[in-house]
Design a protein. Sequence first.
Length: 399
Amino acid sequence: MKSLAAFIWVPLLCLLILCSCATDKTIRPALPADVRINPEAGRGGWLIVTVRLASGEKLPMILDTGCPLVAFDNSLVPKLGKKIDTGTFWIFGVSNTSDQYPVPKLYLGKTRLQTSNTNVVTLDCRPLAHEAGRPILGVLGMDVLKHYCLQLDFSANRLRFLNAAGSDKSGWGRPFPLTDIGDGCVFIHENLAGTTNVGSLIDTGCNYDGWLEPASFQLWSNPPASSVAALAQTAYDRLGGETYPNIILRGLDAKLLAGGDTHISYNGIGLPILARNLVTFDFPRNTMYLKRTSIEHLEGADMKRTARAEIESAKEFLKGLQKKGQLPGWSKTDQVAADIVNFHFDYPAIVTVNDLLKKHDDSVYHFRVARGFQHGPWQLKAAWRTDKQGRTLEEYPVP
């Protein structure tokens, strides 16, 4: 899966038109009607909305808070007018060359969408369409989205455009202040790793849970071995006081930070994490609201199959250690009464925490295993024993 985060336009020819006007009355623009959320959105897929041109042509586009501009597929170039310039944009630290065209009129339903920039960029959307398994003809970025208060209701499968000034916000959940990173995209000061040094870009164009910059990922995937409490907590990551079990976070390659992509200097939170909530983006007032609606992922079939396979593989590894007499705290003849698997995984750092209950023993045995790549060899990283209230009774050395 790929994220569309860090889609940053760097023009070779600076063409900026500043307009201002003052009136005695504020005219509130018309808001688009509710849009149905596609069923795969937040379940390993992107949130796709159908925007149309003035000609009536319909364009399926990814709604992406991690992209500062509107982008169209290269196939639409003949309909975009005269090329203005050529420039560079970044996708996760990799630079790409693109052309720049005047922004056309865009409509969602019968309502014309507001835009700030006078231009759009083009890109090859074929890889996105291939991954999505459906046509994708563009990306609807913050150039448009920042003008609206959007509510993503995954329980009702509705995308709503709200009048925030006249809305009752008491049911919107916890507010998170949003800060512009400098190109129109926004971040919050919290992250899922529990660190305080780097905040998180809010990226609905990321179709997995999110990513961590190298230092945060190192702490998240390899907490201090002396801290059993920290090891136990790695399967229960938190955001705004809420617990998010079984998350999937990716570590960024430190080499990518040497480029000009400012987005990857932040951690990132993607659509599947957001989809566990009622999400309200009040972009004009720089606030995001999250109201928890699901503890677990809104899982699609692919995610379930992958998780199931990883769990079973980790269990077999632990069984193999026991048969060899190498499972800390266990003999070859001890029998399992029950097991509970709390996991988060990613490549190249798959992490699983397995809690075993032994017959005729009131203790809970905890084992943390990891492997460097899918289908690679597992390694036992930590082992400890607690009582049923979670109090540590013993820590075991691991090879």
